[in-house]
Write a protein that binds this ligand. Structure first.
Ligand code: ATP
Length: 438
């Protein structure tokens, strides 16, 4: 048999390889052969992930008076998932190829044949995406608990616990960041779809008569967020869910989609969840989850507008949006044009050469900058190579100490995307860099 021709390397292959080589993302349990669709984040990845989360958290909570934070447990009472409809309804249609035995999610296939071999497919079976485990030592039906498939329910069941102490009045929201688990039928595209991932969800409680206007408001807010993150607007679009796509709880849903190298895909959903969840929880527990407006003397069950995004998916958006390959002076330059808001390292500090007292001065500058930014110090190899290494991990600024620094206490700041250098007084560095990063 002849050798199979090697598939040409795609942009995605090169991005995945950069992520591995530079310490962003690795396959989970790699030395055991890896576990499918679970990922570990290395030194660069963990910083990027933390910055994505922090930016979302600051936007949602610190910058507003009307949203409170929460951190609920992953394991919840199993009745929560029956009440919310997930036990019966959180399913995807699963089909098997009768010939090559591959498995697919039927609703993602364009034709009704196997995309691998053209074989005939079985009739779809509904497959529940929730992971189950057992609470306590006995593994029986009575001890089944679920790993949460969304963070939203942790917010709904804690509504009174948050609303009381915070003294918030409707309209107001609750935000949460945390892990979610889905036993996806066809995970893939690197960290785009995995079985363990993190969500950033915000539930905004409103008067039912104002749902359309708040829905529009949150659509605008979430679109603006991606502009602030520096995502190319030409690579973003809205997708409205048709009646067949709407989740069991939603009256209206729009996804923000991003054009990944593998096509347009959802990155965030804005949903009008009506009073579905609250009414169901009220019915199941008997706990009154309605709201009494002291001014209008009206009692009502609030509607909910939800914004739901994935941390891992947003990281992938930043990576794909920022990945650049170009030729500079006959050499290939690879860079990640990440917003300074999320870049893992904000500033690198170099002495031009490892002599003439430059390392000592550079180390002192480094120590000062470290109090303000995540920095990196490097004195090995030619300065051009050091710049390239920082470009690859998306560091927006490099500060270099050279011969002139020793004379006049000035340094250069080199900007990643333009590669332009400016000379500034070293005691002005913190304020200049802070301004550039804003
Ligand atoms: P899809 O149709 O792609 O399966 P969904 O519509 O079920 O997604 P939601 O339930 O709306 O997704 O989840 C909200 C967000 O959570 C998504 O926009 C995405 O950013 C993130 N997310 C959902 N599932 C996954 C996953 N398996 N891996 C990574 N992120 C995910």
């Amino acid at each position: 048999m002849g050798k199979k021709p090697k598939k040409p390397e795609t942009i995605m292959d090169r991005l995945v390889s950069l992520c591995k080589r530079r310490g962003f993302v690795f396959q989970s349990s790699e030395i055991y052969g890896g576990v499918n669709s679970c990922w570990d984040y290395g030194p660069m990845g963990v910083e990027l992930k933390r910055n994505v989360r922090d930016f979302w958290w600051r936007t949602m909570t610190q910058a507003r008076d009307d949203i409170e934070g929460i951190d609920a447990a992953i394991l919840m009472h199993p009745e929560v998932w029956r009440t919310s409809g997930h036990v019966d309804g959180f399913t995807d249609p699963l089909v098997d190829c009768k010939k090559c035995k591959s498995r697919f999610r039927e609703d993602t296939l364009e034709d009704k044949v196997c995309p691998n071999c053209g074989g005939e497919l079985t009739e779809p079976r509904m497959f529940n995406l929730m992971f189950k485990t057992f609470m306590g030592p006995v593994e029986d039906d009575a001890s089944v608990v679920y790993l949460r498939p969304e963070t939203a329910q942790g917010i709904y069941v804690n509504y009174l616990n948050v609303q009381g102490p915070s003294r918030q009045k409707i309209p107001f929201g609750i935000a949460q960041i945390g892990k979610a688990f889905r036993n996806e039928i066809s995970p893939g595209n690197f960290i785009f779809r995995s079985r363990e991932f993190e969500q950033m969800e915000m539930q905004y409680f409103i008067h039912p008569s104002e749902d359309d206007q708040w829905f529009e408001y949150w659509k605008e807010q979430r679109w603006a967020f991606y502009q602030e993150l520096g995502i190319d607007e030409a690579k973003l679009r809205w997708h409205e869910h048709g009646p067949n796509e709407l989740a069991h709880y939603a009256k209206a849903a729009y996804d923000i989609e991003f054009e990944f190298p593998f096509g347009w895909r959802e990155i965030e959903g804005v949903h009008n969840r009506t009073d579905f969840d609250r009414s169901r929880h009220k019915e199941a527990t008997g706990v009154d989850l309605s709201f009494f407006d002291d001014q209008t003397k009206e009692r009502f069950v609030p509607y909910i507008i939800e914004t739901s995004a994935g941390v891992d998916r947003m990281m992938l958006v930043c990576l794909c949006n920022g990945y650049r390959e170009e030729e500079v002076k006959g050499e290939k330059r690879v860079s990640l044009s990440l917003s300074p808001k999320v870049a893992p390292i904000k500033v690198a500090v170099f002495p031009l050469v490892k002599k003439h007292g430059m390392p000592e001065v550079a180390r002192k500058i480094y120590a000062d900058l470290q109090k303000h930014f995540k920095c990196f110090y490097d004195e090995k190899s030619a300065v051009g190579r050091r710049y390239r290494r920082m470009d690859e991990v998306g560091t927006p600024f490099c500060v270099t100490v050279d011969g002139d620094t020793l004379e006049d206490q000035t340094v250069t700041i080199r900007e990643r995307d333009s590669m332009e250098q400016i000379r500034v007084a070293s005691d002005q560095l913190v304020s200049i860099l802070t301004e550039k990063m804003a």
